[in-house]
Design a binder for this molecule. Structure first.
Ligand code: CTP
Length: 386
């Protein structure tokens, strides 16, 4: 991700929380500068030295008292926090406020909450003072400050999600999107099930990118070990079987303008799921009767007033011909075809290469890239066709 962030940490939360935040922002390729608070008392520099902040961020520290409109304007985002209510109020009045408003850069403020005490700030008051697009996050989950006790702060994943969103062009704003992702699990008995190698990476990347670009996203996903993206405008709907996934998609498809079905749905399920564990006894062979699962993509494709419909085709041979067949048979608007035998493609990899097929356009091969970048490119292509 690209963007320049100025982070203003304060107090004991600097020690563990803010240092990790700086480190994780850098890992996401943001350019980070730190302006630690420095006063007599529990300021940021009382817990982490200026030298340490500089080493962590890769840039010399900015002096907090020298932050003026020009200094804020150099940034894409001001991350105010975690800061104590006292420091927060300094930024909500006087010189600092005028400089922030003049620079017109969004502010993401993080306010720690002491467990058992009310939230420190009123979001309405804060947002009415801050430049447009600013966000206040306060309270959250307990974070240990070692011997200094505990504070409630949002999970770092949620903060990183907000940062990504604030620094992403909101070209999906106002759009409702449904994404299916991951495998399904078809139970044989209380212990065993049939599934496949899908990890959910591609579908999650699509759901996350759409949400970062402002869409309201419903993510219907099968059982995965990958963490589900955490963004305020992304609602995960966990399911287990193809039947359940079908039911959830049928419940919601009329609400959305775009449906991207990236799940690797099992095509068959056991005819019966045994209520008790199947015992092997003396059997040397076991035959499992299976029945077809509902085809969610084909079912949506057959609807008259359906959303813009995007399917996936993971193929091992005759990739384009097979994908073209799926495009027509399932009445999709777009199929993302990939050759699972190509190095760096398919299940459980971090990269992918897809070719986009539409009924009325020549095939478009996207380059082999990280799945997050492939997702971004697919969504940009979709936006042009919507
Ligand atoms: N799909 C679905 N419901 C199913 C099966 C597949 O929605 N029961 C969707 C997938 O999410 C994907 C596309 O259909 O978007 C894949 O098409 P499909 O023909 O089912 O692919 P395969 O399962 O690989 O089919 P085949 O084994 O015939 O190649």
């Amino acid at each position: 991700m690209a963007g320049r962030i100025l982070i203003i940490p304060d107090g004991p939360a600097s020690l563990l929380y803010a240092t990790e935040l700086v480190e994780r922002l850098r890992r996401r390729k943001y350019s980070v500068q730190v302006a630690p608070t420095a006063y007599d008392g529990p300021s940021a520099t009382a817990f982490v030295s200026e030298l340490a902040w500089a080493a962590l961020s890769g840039h010399p520290c900015r002096a907090i008292e020298a932050l003026d409109e020009a200094a804020f304007r150099e940034q894409d985002l001001i991350l105010l926090g975690p800061v104590s209510p006292a420091v927060h109020s300094v930024f909500c009045r006087g010189k600092a406020l005028a400089a922030l408003q003049g620079a017109n850069r969004p502010v993401l403020a993080l306010l720690p909450q002491v467990p058992g005490e009310p939230l420190p700030a009123s979001p309405q008051d804060f947002l009415s003072l801050m430049p447009p697009g600013s966000v206040l996050m306060q309270g959250g989950i307990p974070h240990s400050l070692g011997a200094l006790g505990q504070v409630l702060l949002p999970a770092l994943e949620e903060v990183l999600g907000q940062v990504d969103r604030l620094l992403t062009r909101q070209d999906y704003e106002g759009l409702r999107v449904l994404v299916t992702a991951g495998p399904t699990a078809e139970d044989l008995d209380p212990v065993r099930f049939l599934t496949n190698r899908s990890t959910g990476k591609m579908g999650f990347a699509l759901a996350r990118d759409a949400a970062l670009r402002g869409a309201q996203v419903l993510l219907v996903h099968g059982p995965v070990s990958l963490p589900v993206p955490r963004l305020p405008n992304l609602t995960p709907i966990p399911v287990r079987s193809a039947q359940e996934m079908h039911r959830e998609v049928m419940k919601h498809w009329q609400e959305v303008r775009l449906a991207i079905l990236a799940a690797a749905v099992a095509d068959f399920q056991p005819l019966h799921c045994a209520e008790t564990k199947i015992k092997k006894g003396e059997a040397q062979e076991l035959f499992l009767p299976l029945k077809r699962t509902p085809d969610i993509l084909a079912d949506l494709g057959a609807r008259e007033k359906r959303p813009f419909l995007v399917g996936f085709a993971a193929e091992s041979d005759d990739v384009e011909a097979n994908a073209q067949l799926k495009l027509r048979k399932k009445h999709c608007d777009l199929i993302c075809a990939n050759d699972i035998r190509k190095p760096g493609c398919g299940f459980a990899t971090d990269t992918n290469q897809v070719t986009l097929l539409a009924p009325d356009a020549p095939p478009l091969a996207l380059p082999l890239k990280e799945k997050s970048e492939v997702a971004h490119a697919i969504l940009s292509e979709i936006l042009q066709r919507l």
